[in-house]
Every structure is written in C-alpha cells, then in structure tokens.
Unconditional design. Structure first.
Length: 297
C-alpha cells in the first residue's frame, strides 16, 4: 500500500481519516512534560486552505498583484516607499486581526491577507534596496536567514511545519511570519537574479515555472519531503508572479506589454475575487473544524 504523505503540496483534497498515519513532519503533536497544552483551543482542521490547483493559481495571482500594486502605490499614487509601506501594513494588520479571530478557514479573509502580505513583503524588500541602498545580495541573505530562523523556532515549538496543522494561534502566527518573509525573500532573490542574469520578464517566468515543475517532480518521483516541497514552491512563486506582472505592466521598450500597473492590478484582482467567491460558495478547499471545537485569537 502506498504510504500517505503528510502534506502533499500539489494534491487535490481527499477525504481524511483519523486512522491514517501521517509523516513525522505532520504528526499530531503531544505536548511534552512541563509544556502547556492548547488542545482545548485547537481546531479540528487547519485555517489554511487545502492545497489544490486553485490554491497555486490564486497564490501566483496574489504575488503578481503584490508586485504591480506596490509599484502603483509607490509611483502612480505618489505615496513613496514609506507612505505605501505604512498604509499597506495598517491594512494588513486589520485583515490579520479578522483572520486570527475567525474560527475556520474563510477564503474571503485568508486570500486578501495573502495579497496584502505580498504587497508588504515586496515593499519591505524594495525599501531596503531603493531607499536605504542595501545591496540585493545582502537583503536576500538576511531574508533567507530570518526565514530559516522562523522555521526552526516554529518546528522546535510545535514539532511541525505543516500547513495542515495551522490550528492554533501560535502556529498561525508562525505561518504568517513565514509567509511574509517568503514574499520578501522571493522579491529580493528574484530582483537579484533578474539584475545579474538580465533574462527579461518572459524568460524569467519560464525559468521559474520550470524550477517549480522540478520541485513537483522531485516530490512525486523522488519522494522529496512534502513540507519542504510546499515551502520551496511557495518561495519560487513570488518571483514567478512578479515576472508575469512586470511582463504585462512594463513598457514595450523594457520588454513588457505596456498594460500598466493600474490595468494589470485591476485585472488580476478581479480574477482573484472571482476565484475566492467561487471557493467560498463551493467550500471545497475549506477543512471544517469539529463541532464544538474552540480557538483562541
């Protein structure tokens, strides 16, 4: 019998059973002696959507909006890097409060939080590079280290990095920290690669899509750990979405299609909204909590 994987980063949702044995990285955590138990506050399922094809499509669209919206606020709206960062950070804080207070995964809250995190992560990276003059090599290294630290602390505390067990306030906090720094890292690393290799937007997108396909192949064919497959792909989708956004929005003289940041941001936001409404109606990607389960925060 084929062994069930703990977190299949590219699978369609299937019915779950309490009798299924999962991998160590996603096994149910039993608090050690002396550690406080939050089992009374734990949801039956995760507050992160099931990872389906729709999940990855919306994720890439959110990263594209993160790139174009950051440029729009920074340049077209005249807010500048600092003003745009303050505004979007405030909006993100409001949405995250709603997300944390929700007792289940709600696409209409979760995906706006991802989109805003994408914008904020992009602005953090752009501020360091453009306003403070921090070299991309430095910011990429720092973001990578910070992300590793988040994963290490998350795992040492919770004994899992799986998005299928984002079912407590603590785990949800680590999850959103990781998401923020994947966007910041993806922005810095993507800019670094494009600046040094000068591939152009379209070729960069093809290269990144190939890298993501290689991760999927390594997961399915070579048994690459599902948790790490997910997070590697999650980082890579950030520069992929940025390349797509730049290709559509930038002038033809720079290798783009000259649609502009307003049109590109509006178009992709509309597609995201349509998909989120669809998911909210069918609820196929939402894992419902057990009846009577509680959740703090």
């Amino acid at each position: 019998m084929k062994r069930a994987t703990s977190q299949d980063a590219f699978r369609c949702p299937v019915a779950r059973s309490d009798n299924v044995t999962y991998e160590t990285s996603e096994s149910q955590v039993v608090p050690e002696a002396g550690q406080p138990s939050d089992s009374r506050d734990r949801l039956r399922w995760s507050k992160v959507p099931e990872v389906t094809l729709c999940f990855w499509i919306i994720k890439v669209l959110c990263t594209t909006v993160g790139e174009t919206a950051a440029d729009l606020l920074n340049e077209k709206a005249g807010l500048g890097p600092t003003g745009a960062s303050v505004l979007m950070s405030a909006l993100l804080a409001v949405v995250l409060v709603v997300q944390f207070r929700s007792s289940a995964c709600r696409p209409g809250v979760y995906w706006p939080a991802v989109a805003l995190t994408s914008v904020v992560g992009t602005l953090i990276s752009d501020n360091l590079a453009d306003t403070m003059g921090v070299p991309l090599e430095t910011s990429t290294t720092v973001f990578a280290i910070v992300l590793v630290v988040v994963f290490v602390v998350w795992y040492r505390r919770e004994r899992t990095l799986s998005i299928h067990h984002v079912d407590t306030t603590s785990r949800e906090s680590f999850y959103w920290l990781a998401v923020l720094f994947t966007f910041a890292l993806g922005t810095a690393a993507g800019d670094l690669v494009s600046e040094h290799m000068e591939l152009g937007y379209w070729l960069s997108a093809v290269l990144l899509a190939t890298a993501i396909a290689a991760v999927a192949l390594a997961h399915f064919a070579l048994d690459l750990d599902a948790v790490w497959s997910f997070w590697i792909a999650y980082v890579l989708t950030r520069p992929l979405g940025a390349s797509i956004g730049d290709y559509l929005s930038q002038p033809t003289a720079d290798g783009g299609l000259a649609l502009g940041t307003v049109v590109t941001s509006t178009l992709f936001t509309a597609v995201i909204a349509a998909l989120v409404i669809y998911l909210s109606v069918i609820r196929r990607d939402v894992a419902e909590p057990e009846h009577g389960s509680g959740h703090t925060g």
